[in-house]
Structure formats: structure tokens, C-alpha cells
Design a protein around this ligand. Sequence first.
Ligand code: HEC
Length: 457
Amino acid sequence: MKRSAWAWVVAASVALAALPFVLRLDGRAHGDSLQFLGRFHPTLLHLPIGLIVLVPVLEIAGAKRAALREAADFVLRVALVLALPTFALGYMLAYGAGDAGGTVTRHVWGAVVLCIGLMLCIVVRPAWVAGEKKMVYPASLSVSLLALLWTGHQGGSITHGSGYLTQYAPRPLRMLIPGASAEDAGGNSFYALHIHPTLDAKCVSCHGSGSAKAGLRLDTYDDLMKGGKDGTVVVAGKPEASMLLARVTLQPGDPHFMPAEGRTPLTSEEIGWIRAWIGAGASATATSVPGVKIANVEAEPPPQPVGDYSALVPEIAQMQHGLGAKLVPVSAKASDGMILRTVDVSSSFGDAQLAEFKKFAPYIVEAELGRTAVTDASFDTLKTFTHLRALHLEGTAVTGSGLSKLSSLTQLRYLNLSGTKVTAQSVEALKKMPQLRHVYLFNTAAEGDGTTARSTP
Ligand code: HEC
């Protein structure tokens, strides 16, 4: 019995390890039906992962409760029974889609080691339970768990891009993780701050070290400039002649539209960056690109906390009762401020009603005045809302005269003037407010004016 179990393990291990040599992952695609099945790999894989992680938990808890230790053996076997088809589906996915490259190779070999490790665990465990060969099973299990961690990480890099886990890590942490700060390599250049992160988030899963569709890698500047199987994709100074831009600006239904396969498309802001950057010469080091004015998000100061308004709460409640409009706390923290809401009373809420809120002005961070009866006269009130971050004036009668009064609101980031009577001339004042990052002028005479370029260049 024992000997035949070993024979099985050896035979299966040889078969697994031989697979990558027999069915080579050379980057050629091999058919859609393989991919159809293969795409169940990302769904199925969570089952064996969960079970494998459960095994050491059961073994440790089993020191006290024998039933759990017995369950460990069962869980281990089920994990293997699920891991093998997961492996097979993953291989079909890569083979079918023509995925290749370093990350894919590491992922495959990690999985081979994991499957062999699980088989070993099953055959050496009885001896461990019997109190013989005390280290062999724990060692096999540890190797399997490490292989699981490593394989999972490689797999994550294939689907999400290598920077996925570290992209939003706090800066000091990112500095410590090797490779994670790759995007900082170019320092403060426009490429490093805007182009690289965009391509990294939306393209590198298919055009990176893990897989280079069409021979194109977009994960480093040099690779981007080298281009793909059809030649260069960036023609410096000529955005309209650059395939990189062409592929992301096709109609979304076009078979050549990028990112392929329905992945999250680039935003118009990101497309604007790419167009402007190529137009300005596609430099790796230039820190600014004419025509694009964007504050470095990381350098943007966090919003100023507002003062504590808790003492005013009874007064606020009383006043809202009279006016109908509401002051709603942003969060349980008073320093996050309050939102002025008018939705239920909009038509009867005008300049006089807004003026009543002056008393609470420094605690209001957002004013939802869309479709109310406020007019330009309210800019005098609004300029006292010193902590205002967002202002909704869409659908009101404001013409924009007096907009310049808002220029003292250093915290204001969002201003919606869609559907108002503002003119190209009256919104001129906004150009002197660099802190404003999102200005909406849809359905106004000023639509298409340069100021909108801040949110959609
Ligand atoms: C889901 C995988 C996938 C994603 C994500 C993806 N691509 Fe592609 N890309 C492909 C495939 C497959 C091809 C080859 C088929 C084709 O040319 O349409 C390709 C081809 C290209 C080509 C043509 C290269 C050449 O030399 O022929 C460009 C340019 C390109 N992609 C740019 C991008 C950009 C930019 C992004 C991110 C916005 C992106 N791709 C995201 C799969 C992807």
C-alpha cells in the first residue's frame, strides 16, 4: 500500500513537471475553447487556497482536539483533488491565450511545486501522526504553504499588474519593498507621475513582464518606446500618428480597442495626458507638459480639518427646523465638517435662506445648492464658507458675475456650474483659482472653454 502510494506520487510529479516542456508556453495562442474552460481558473483557485490554509490551523488546533487532526487529513486530500483541476485550468488558460513570460513561468512552476508538496504531505503525514519522522511532514507542509504564497503572488501580478499590492501603499513602505517604487525611478517627470501609473494600472497585465501581447511591453519607458510586433507605438511629437493613442481612442466596440477584453478603459483625463505627453516629445524626464495643468495628487495637502461644532448642535437642529434645509455631518468626526443639503426644499431655498447659514459657515465643507433659487447674490455668503471643498450650483440662476469672490476659498476643489447662465467671460475668474480641480460647465455658454480642461483635458 505504502509503496504503491509513493509510486503514484512520483509518477504524478514527473507528469506535472514535464508538462511545461511538452506543451510549451511560447506566446502562441491555441484556441478559444481552451480559454473558455481556462477562465474558470480564477474562480476555482480560491477553493484549494482556502483548504490548504486550513490544514496547519487544524493540525495546530488538533493538538488539543483529536477530531480536528483527523479532519486535517481529509481537508488535505480535498485540497489536492481541487488543486489539480485548478492547475489544469490555469494551464489551459495560459496555453489557450498564448500567455508567456517570466511571471507566467514562475506562476506555473510555483503551482507544480505546490501540487507535488500537497501529494508529499498526504503520503508522509501518517508517519508523523504515528510519532515517527517528526520533521518530514511539517517541512513538506511549510514548503507547500510557501509555494502557495509565492504562486498566489505571481498569479496576482498576472491579473492585476506587478504593482497591484503596493500601488497604494504609504510612500515610506513602498520605499522598503524592492521593485515597488519602480514608478518613482523617473522621479518627478510627467512620465513617471502620470503616464507610467496609467499604463501600469490598465495595460501592463497584458503588456508587461508576465505577458507581452503583440510583443508589446508597456511597463518601462524603454519598452514603451521600443514598440510591439508592428513597430513603434509612440511617435514623439505626433500623437495622431502614434498607435498607442490610436488604440485607446477607437470606438469601444472595435476589436482593436485597448485595453482589450472589456477591461476598464482609460478615462478622458488619462487619454488627454497621453496625447499631450506624446505631443510634447514623449520625454522620460520632462517634468511638465504644455497644456496640461494637473496638481501632483500626492503633493496635494489633505483637506483642512474644521473646528468642533458639537456645541452648536442644538442650535443647528432648531434652525434646520425653520428652514427645511439640513446640515448633515460628513462623519462621526466633527473635524470632517458638515454638508449643507437642500434637496427637499430646493425651490423655496434662496439667497436669504442661505444667508441664515452664515453662522455655521466655517463648519460647512460641501454645499448642495443645485436647482435651488440662489442667485449671484449668494457669492457674498458663500465666500464666508471658508472650509468649503465642494459647491453644487448646477441648474441655478447664477450668471457667474461675482464668481471671483470664491477665490478666497482655498479648500474648494469641486465646482459644478452645469446648466447655469455662466458665460465664457464670467468663468474667466476661475482661472485664478488653481486649487479648483474639477469644474463642470456642461450645458452652459462657457462649455468647451479652457477651464473645463482641468477635469477633462
Ligand atoms: C486583456 C489584455 C490586454 C490589455 C489589458 C491591453 N491589451 Fe493591448 N493588446 C492585447 C492583444 C491581445 C493585442 C494583439 C491584438 C491586437 O493587436 O488587437 C494587443 C495589441 C496592442 C497594441 C498593438 C501592438 C502592435 O505592435 O501591434 C497596442 C498599441 C496596445 N495593445 C496598447 C494597449 C494599451 C495602451 C493598453 C492599456 C490601455 C492595452 N493595450 C491593454 C491585449 C491587451
